[in-house]
Design a protein. Structure first.
Lengths: 376, 201
């Protein structure tokens, strides 16, 4: 029996469901193959880890909730009975439910339209979310070194209290690459060396795989050495602005034009730079209103922030026909991460779901997935 | 050997409660809920990977039990029947378009962080020191995160077999898969889990 076959049978071997011949073959192989023995040990460790998961009891008041639900008739039945009782009408419940659903859809559609129409010319939906999304505390940036920072600033230690944005909210995935030490994706290095060439900003109707990480020749500057608002950003600002303009242009949905466009400085970022503070304060909001709201420039602002913070933009993915991107891939120094949380909350809503997309390490980098919800 | 809490209930106890409920004793259903709520909730939590979803699913499970207990014919153990409802409920939720499409908005504090601060969620932990307890929590977090990444059927099988210690035959009864499928998918799921936890465990 070769190693592959043995590895396939290890699960059954552990559960003792192999017949005697199969068991003997596996044991004979294990006696001579250290690699398979290690594999068996690792598999047993995993099984034991699952087995020893903490037993979490039901939340308090669980029985009372069940009682409430089982003692009361269903909400639909109550609504229908309340509606129809005065007229002594009898309808099958499913038919009445269908009728009620039609009313509900009509009412929802009408309300949504009304909500959109009620936004003034200087009021963008994103501006609204500034007040709706409130920070509840953030991990401090601290002065720790970059190597330690990527450990200590994992979002699991952050405090992000996300709130619903309502039916207008549209989620897209934002993927952060947080390099540790000198490890940088190959694309970053290539992009920095090839400053005048066509950008590596990809634009297509499918999701982008995270580029393989390789040790780059150019280390990331610690924040103290290269402050985010300083002019010496690792990526030339002009180059990024060129990318942003193309990305913003609706005419380029589905394909990416490499022709340069006239540049416009973002007043939002400009104000923040003058103050030397990127926090979403009232001053920033004032700037938004003066420029007709931040919504059209949401992604522009986001990406400006990335480069101002010493980060690098890698790719933007967008489904065909959609204006907003489905994902943005970029890297920032780990110690900038808390600032990023603060800044992106200003633009929309951040959420972090470690259960579905846990952070992971690869080639010395820490990857964190953040869901960013903006307004269509 | 069945080591989980559900199977510690003797069939006779379940039988008596069910009969009492069917004869109109409303408190018998409360008794069924109290006996099984922790096991059902914990299983939902491990299958769904989120407290809120787990609470919703566990609630739905008992509502289904409430509505369909009249049809229970005692041909199988009540616990097997209950497990099947749990797995089906969670499977439906996981496969629902709403669940797959929504961008989960999770407070950082919600699941993994510091359960002590969540009133009513304190759990007796036999860990001798706070450090050991912290390490256990971190390990649980990583394991649960890896489980969440498994395909839904692999997740079911790993949890039913390795956490709940159900026999293959019981897993067949609960999931509706045939024995060969259970064996092969369980082996694959364990390998995937081992890959995901490589370097972590």
């Amino acid at each position: 029996m070769n190693c592959d076959r043995v590895v396939e049978n290890l699960s059954a071997y552990i559960d003792e469901t192999l017949d005697s011949d199969g068991r003997t073959e596996v044991e004979e192989h294990l006696a001579t193959c250290e690699r398979c023995r290690l594999e068996l040990q690792a598999l047993r460790t995993c099984i034991e880890a699952v087995h020893s998961l903490e037993r979490v009891p039901a939340p308090p008041g669980f029985l009372e909730k069940i009682r409430e639900c089982t003692e009361q008739p269903s909400p639909w039945r109550r609504i229908v009975e309340t509606l129809l009782l005065p007229w002594h009408v009898k309808l099958p419940l499913h038919l009445a439910g269908a009728v009620a659903m039609v009313f509900l859809i009509l009412a929802t559609t009408s309300l949504t339209r009304h909500g959109r129409d009620s936004l003034g010319p200087g009021q963008s939906p994103v501006s609204q979310t500034q007040d709706e999304v409130r920070p509840t505390g953030l991990p401090s940036t601290g002065n720790s070194g970059q190597e330690g920072a990527s450990e200590s600033l994992l979002p699991a230690e952050g405090r992000v209290e996300a709130e619903s944005l309502g039916s207008q909210a549209r989620p897209f995935q934002l993927v952060l690459l947080i390099p540790r030490k000198e490890s940088l994706p190959r694309e970053i290095s290539a992009e920095r060396e090839d400053k005048g060439a066509s950008p590596s900003l990809r634009h297509r109707g499918e999701s982008t795989a995270i580029p393989p990480l390789q040790a780059g020749p150019e280390p990331l500057q610690p924040r103290s050495a290269a402050p985010p608002h300083a002019s010496g950003s690792p990526l030339p600002r002009a180059q990024l602005e060129k990318k942003l303009d193309r990305f913003r242009d609706d005419d380029h949905a589905g394909k990416f034009d490499t022709a340069p466009k006239p540049q416009q400085a973002s007043p939002v970022v400009g104000v923040a730079q003058e103050r030397g503070d990127l926090s979403p304060t009232q001053g920033d909001r004032g700037a938004d209103k003066e420029t007709g709201g931040v919504d059209p420039d949401t992604h522009d602002t986001l990406m400006r922030w990335i480069t101002d913070a010493g980060g690098t933009l890698h790719s933007v993915d967008r489904e065909k026909g959609k204006v907003l991107p489905s994902s943005i891939l970029f890297s920032i120094p780990a110690e900038i991460y808390p600032d990023l949380l603060r800044e992106l909350r200003f633009l929309g809503e951040l959420s972090y779901n470690p259960s579905s997309l846990p952070p992971f390490r690869e080639h010395g980098a820490v990857f964190v997935h953040i869901a960013f919800t903006t307004v269509d | 050997m069945i080591g989980n809490a559900l199977y510690e209930q003797t069939p006779e106890e379940d039988r008596l409660r069910i009969r009492a409920f069917l004869e109109g004793d409303r408190t018998a259903f409360d008794s069924i809920v109290l006996c099984h709520q922790d096991s059902v909730y914990n299983l939902c939590l491990r299958l769904m990977g989120d407290r809120e979803d787990a609470a919703d699913c566990a609630q739905e499970v008992f509502l289904r039990v409430f509505r369909s207990l009249k049809g229970f014919r005692f041909r199988s153990r009540f616990s097997t029947w209950l497990y099947a409802i749990v797995v089906n409920t969670c499977r439906n939720r996981l496969n629902s378009a709403e669940f797959r499409n929504r961008s989960r908005k999770v407070s950082i504090q919600s699941f993994f962080e510091n359960s002590e601060s969540r009133e009513g969620h304190d759990v007796e932990d036999p860990a001798p020191t706070p450090l050991a307890r912290l390490a256990q929590k971190e390990r649980d977090r990583l394991v649960q995160a890896a489980i969440n990444e498994l395909p839904s059927e692999g997740r079911e099988l790993v949890i039913l077999r390795d956490m709940e210690e159900l026999s293959y035959e019981e897993i067949v009864a609960v999931t509706g898969y045939n024995l060969g499928t259970v064996k092969s998918r369980l082996a694959r799921a364990r390998q995937q889990l081992r890959e995901k936890l490589k370097g972590v465990m």
